[in-house]
Design a protein around this ligand. Structure first.
Ligand code: MV4
Length: 670
C-alpha cells in the first residue's frame, strides 16, 4: 500500500478520499487554490500545497503543478476524484512518466472512452448492446442523412466528443435533418473543437441505469450492481438511488455482465461506470463509460457495505480486488440527494455567497452527509456550487425514501438559496414514491415539484410571529442590561405596543405582507399570545433559547430553529425552511432611533431610485430613497426636516441588510 497520496481535487470528494486514506494509514497531501486557503479539505489533509489562483485552469487543472507537488511531498500516487483532471489522458500519462501512480485506469482506456464513436466501435465488437445507430468515420451530410433514414426517425444527433448533452439534437423528420445537423455541429465545434457526429435511434423515455464496475491488474473484474440516475435536469443528476427499482435478478445479471464485458474490452483497471439507457421493455443499450469514481458512488457503498475509495487504493497499489462477484450482495436501498446552492424558482441559477448558517442532519448508520464546507464558508463563482451529498439507507425503498424526506426537512442552510425544498417536494411526490422514473421526470411533473408552498407557509405565520415577539422581548431585556448589539431589528419599533397587551405587525412572506395582530393574555406561567393569521386564531406560548424556539401553538408542541441573516429570518421546521421578514416600519414615525437605524437597509436588496438631491433641503417625511427587497418596495423617508449630506449608493446598487444608505443632517430648530 502507498504510504502517502496526493488528492488532486477539492470539496466533498477531496474530504471523502482523505477520510478513507486516513483510516487505511495512508498519509494525504491536499492541493489548494487561492480561494481554498481556509477550505475543509486543506484542514483535513496531513499536508497541503498551494497550486495557484482560484480559476481551475490556473490551479486544479494544472497537471504540471500537481505532479511537482507530488515530487516535493513524496506522494507516491494521485487520486484525481471526479471532474478536473480525472478523465484527462494526458495527465494520467504525465503521472506515469513522473513515476507517480495515477489512481484510475490506464491512459488507453481513458482515451478509448473519450470518444463516443470509438467507444461504440469497441463495445460493438465486444458484444455489448448498442442503440441502433451510425458511428463511422464518414461525416458527409449525405452519409449521415442516409444513416438517419436507415435507422428511422426520430433520431438523435450526438457529438462524438460530447458529454452533458452538448451538441445533441433530436431530429423528428427528414426535412429537419440538415438544419439540426448544422446546429449540432456548431455547438459541438464551439464546446469541444470537434464537430464529428453520430446518429442514434431516439428512445423516447428511457431510464438512465448505470453499473459500477471494478477491475484489478490480475484479470479480476466484478460489478457492484446498478444505480438509477434517471431524475436529471439539463443532464445534471438530482437524486440517484441503488438498486434501480423494478430490476429483476435476471436483468441485473445481464446488465452487470455486459458492463464487465465493456470494462474487459478496454483492459480496464480500477473503478468505472458503464451507463446504459433502459427502455420500458427491459432492453438496455450502452451509452458511455465513465473512467472515474462518480459523484453518486456512495449509494453503491451503502447497499454493498464496501468502501470504493479503499478498493481504488488497493487496486492502484497492485492488490487483488477485495471480493469476488459471488461474495457481493445487495442489502437494502439507498438514495443520494445533491444539495446545491442554487435557486430552483429562478431556473436553478447557481447561488453564491456565505453559508451564514449550516447545520446538516445528524449522521448515523442511516444518514450520511458527504460535504466539503462548513458554516461561514463561501460558495464562490469558481467551483461547482454543490454544498453536500445527502445519502440515506434503509431496509427497503419506501423506508429509505422516508429517511430522505426526514433528513431533507432537517437540513438547515441559510444565507443563500438552496434546492433543499425542491428536493423535499421531489422526494415526497407520489410519482417518485411510485418509482415512475424516466429521464423526463422533472418536466413531466413540473407543477408538482415547483408547487408554491405559499399556502402551507401561511400556516406557519403564528410560529414566525411568536418568534418575533419573544425575540423582541429578549432584545428589550438585553438592552435594559446595557447590551445593544446593532441590528436593523433591534428596536421594538416594528412591532409596537398599540394599546396595553395589543401588538400589531406585518410579516413578509414571498414578498407579500400579512397582518398578524397579537393580543397578550394572562401573565407569568399562564401568559399566552392570541395570534390571528388569516382566518385562524391560535393561542401560542414559547421559549426562545439561542436560535431554538420551543413553541406551543394550541397545544401542539414543536422545536424549530430560526436564523436571522441580512435582516430576514429563516425558520427551519417540520415543513423545511421558510423565509420571512418583518414588514418595513414607517421609519418617519419612529422616536428614539439612531440615525444609523433610520437610514439602514432593512434587508438585503437593490436600490431602485434616489428621490432627493444630496445637499438639498428636505421636509419631514419626504421620501428620500426607494429600495426593493423580498420583492417589495421600501421607501426611506426623512425623519425630520434637514439635508441629505450624501447617498452611499446609486440606483441599481445591491445593498446588504443593515448597511447605511445615506448621510442625513437634521435642520437646526429655528
Ligand atoms: C439518448 C436518449 C434517447 N435516445 N440517446 C443525454 C446525455 C447523453 N449522455 C445521452 N443522453 C440521452 N441519450 C438515445 N439514443 C436520451 C438521452 C437523455 C438522457 C439520458 C440520461 C439521463 C437523462 C437524459 C435526459 C435527456 C436525454
Amino acid at each position: 500500500m502507498f504510504s502517502k497520496i496526493l488528492v488532486a481535487n477539492r470539496g466533498e470528494i477531496a474530504c471523502r478520499i482523505i477520510r478513507t486514506a486516513r483510516r487505511m494509514g495512508v498519509a494525504t497531501v491536499a492541493v489548494y487554490s487561492d480561494a481554498d486557503r481556509e477550505a475543509l479539505h486543506v484542514a483535513m489533509a496531513d499536508e497541503a500545497v498551494h497550486i495557484g489562483p482560484a480559476p481551475p485552469r490556473e490551479s486544479y487543472l494544472r497537471g504540471d503543478r500537481i505532479i511537482e507537488a507530488c515530487r516535493e511531498t513524496g506522494a507516491e500516487a494521485v487520486h484525481p476524484g471526479y471532474g478536473f483532471l480525472s478523465e484527462n489522458a494526458d495527465f494520467a500519462r504525465q503521472c506515469g512518466q513522473a513515476g507517480v501512480e495515477f489512481i484510475g485506469p490506464g491512459v488507453a482506456a481513458i482515451e478509448a472512452m473519450g470518444s463516443k464513436s470509438a467507444a461504440k466501435s469497441i463495445m460493438e465488437k465486444a458484444g455489448v448492446p448498442l442503440v441502433p445507430g451510425y458511428h463511422e468515420a464518414d461525416q458527409s451530410e449525405e452519409r449521415l442523412a442516409a444513416a438517419a433514414v436507415d435507422i428511422g426517425f426520430p433520431v438523435l444527433l450526438k457529438a462524438v466528443a460530447g458529454g452533458g448533452g452538448k451538441g445533441m439534437r433530436l431530429v423528428s423528420t427528414a426535412d429537419e435533418f440538415a438544419g439540426a445537423l448544422a446546429a449540432a455541429r456548431r455547438e459541438a465545434s464551439s464546446s469541444f473543437g470537434d464537430d464529428d457526429m453520430l446518429v442514434e435511434k431516439y428512445l423516447s423515455r428511457p431510464r438512465h441505469v448505470e453499473v459500477q464496475v471494478f477491475c484489478d491488474r490480475h484479470g479480476h473484474a466484478v460489478y457492484l450492481f446498478e444505480r438509477d440516475c434517471s431524475v436529471q435536469r439539463r443532464h445534471q443528476k438530482i437524486i440517484e438511488e441503488a438498486p434501480a427499482p423494478g430490476m429483476t435478478p435476471e436483468l441485473r445479471r445481464q446488465m452487470g455482465e455486459a458492463a464487465v464485458l465493456a470494462a474487459r474490452a478496454i483492459d480496464y483497471e480500477g473503478a468505472g461506470t458503464v451507463e446504459f439507457l433502459l427502455d420500458g421493455q427491459g432492453a438496455f443499450y450502452f451509452m458511455e463509460m465513465n473512467t472515474r469514481l462518480q459523484v453518486e458512488h456512495p449509494v453503491t457503498e451503502m447497499i454493498t457495505g464496501q468502501d470504493l475509495v479503499a478498493w481504488q487504493l488497493r487496486v492502484a497499489a497492485g492488490e487483488n480486488l477485495p471480493l469476488k462477484q459471488e461474495e457481493l450482495r445487495i442489502h437494502g436501498h439507498a438514495f443520494e440527494a445533491r444539495i446545491y446552492a442554487e435557486d430552483p424558482d429562478n431556473d436553478f441559477l447557481p447561488a453564491t455567497g456565505v453559508l451564514a448558517y449550516l447545520q446538516p442532519p445528524a449522521e448515523n448508520p442511516h444518514v450520511r452527509v458527504d460535504t466539503g464546507v462548513l458554516q461561514g464558508d463561501e460558495v464562490s463563482v469558481y467551483y461547482d456550487p454543490m454544498i453536500a451529498k445527502l445519502v440515506v439507507w434503509d431496509e427497503n425503498r419506501e423506508r429509505a425514501l422516508g429517511r430522505l424526506a426526514k433528513a431533507l426537512s432537517e437540513y438547515r442552510v441559510s444565507g443563500l438559496s438552496t434546492n433543499i425544498s425542491f428536493l423535499y417536494n421531489l422526494a415526497t411526490s407520489l410519482p417518485f414514491k411510485n418509482a415512475e422514473l424516466d429521464t423526463h421526470f422533472i418536466e413531466t411533473h413540473h407543477d408538482l415539484l415547483f408547487h408554491s408552498t405559499d399556502s402551507d407557509r401561511v400556516q406557519d405565520l403564528p410560529l414566525a410571529s411568536l418568534y418575533l415577539l419573544l425575540r423582541m422581548e429578549r432584545r428589550a431585556r438585553e438592552r435594559a442590561g446595557g447590551a445593544d448589539p446593532h441590528s436593523p431589528w433591534n428596536s421594538s419599533s416594528a412591532w409596537r405596543l398599540n394599546q396595553p397587551s395589543m401588538h400589531t405587525g406585518a410579516i413578509v412572506l414571498n414578498g407579500k405582507p400579512h397582518d398578524v395582530p397579537v393580543v397578550e393574555i394572562g401573565s407569568g406561567d399562564q401568559r399566552r399570545f392570541r395570534i390571528t393569521a388569516g382566518p385562524k386564531t391560535v393561542l401560542a406560548a414559547g421559549e426562545l433559547s439561542g436560535n431554538e424556539l420551543h413553541a406551543d401553538i394550541d397545544g401542539y408542541r414543536q422545536r424549530v430553529t430560526v436564523v436571522p441573516h441580512d435582516g430576514q429570518f429563516t425558520l427551519f421546521g417540520r415543513n423545511g425552511a421558510m423565509q420571512f421578514a418583518l414588514a418595513q416600519p414607517d421609519l418617519g414615525e419612529e422616536e428614539g432611533q439612531s440615525a444609523r437605524d433610520v437610514f439602514s437597509a432593512p434587508m438585503h436588496g437593490v436600490v431602485i431610485k434616489l428621490l432627493a438631491d444630496a445637499g438639498a433641503a428636505v421636509e419631514k417625511h419626504q421620501p428620500l430613497l426607494i429600495m426593493e427587497a423580498m420583492k417589495m418596495e421600501h421607501t426611506i423617508r426623512a425623519p425630520a426636516a434637514g439635508t441629505v449630506t450624501e447617498f452611499f449608493f446609486q440606483a441599481g446598487d445591491q445593498v446588504s441588510g443593515g448597511e447605511e444608505l445615506l448621510g442625513f443632517s437634521p435642520a437646526k430648530e429655528s
